[in-house]
Design a protein around this ligand. Structure first.
Ligand code: COA
Length: 153
């Protein structure tokens, strides 16, 4: 797998991959999520390609205190071949390069089976409760107010 930063022509393949991997949510417009990421550390929006096939993504960021990883995805057909691990290793390498001391990530409560994957990579569960508040609704009918962890990633 070749890992490189996202390029503009990648958008349809990225959104299709996220859909296949079950990462799309009604309150997150993937096109807007991509456009926003391109305004902040676009070089940390990683895609994995095999030949001409885009088959993996990781949206990485460093906020000056912690590193974050969103939209980690490996296409079904390419799972269990260490591509997810490789992508996370590259994410960590890029964060360390920027002086980031710790990386965090959120797992939806509907996706607890993925926790075993992260444990294999040395991640441990932090004793935290994650809160979020939507600032810009991506849907006209999105409700205002505080939302649970499952809504904020
Ligand atoms: C999570 C995901 C990225 C893993 O990608 P992958 O390329 O299949 O993972 P790897 O092959 O690198 O696996 C690394 C290790 O984790 C283990 N592992 C991977 N998925 C696992 C699972 N669902 N359950 C238990 N172990 C798992 C592998 O067996 C491997 O273990 P080993 O190194 O001890 O042999 C992929 O399953 C995926 O895209 N899932 C859907 C999207 C998603 O949930 N993303 C995370 C959002 S928080």
């Amino acid at each position: 797998m070749h890992i490189r930063p996202y390029q503009p022509g990648d958008e349809p393949a990225v959104v299709a991959l996220w859909r296949e991997c079950g990462l799309l949510r009604p309150w997150n417009d993937p096109h807007r999520d991509i456009a926003r990421k391109l305004t902040e550390q676009p070089e940390l929006f990683l895609v994995g390609v095999l030949g001409k096939t885009l088959m993996a993504t990781a949206m990485v960021g460093f906020d000056g205190h912690r590193g974050w990883v969103y939209y980690l995805a490996v296409a079904q057909a390419h799972r269990d071949q260490s591509y997810g691990r490789q992508l996370m290793q590259e994410a960590e390498r890029l964060l360390i390069e920027r002086g980031c001391p710790k990386v965090n990530l959120l797992v939806r409560s509907s996706n607890v089976q993925v926790i075993e994957f992260y444990k294999r990579l040395g991640y441990t569960q932090d004793d935290v409760i994650s809160l979020g508040r939507r600032l810009i609704p991506d849907q006209d009918n999105f409700g205002d107010g505080y939302v649970l962890t499952t809504d904020i990633s």
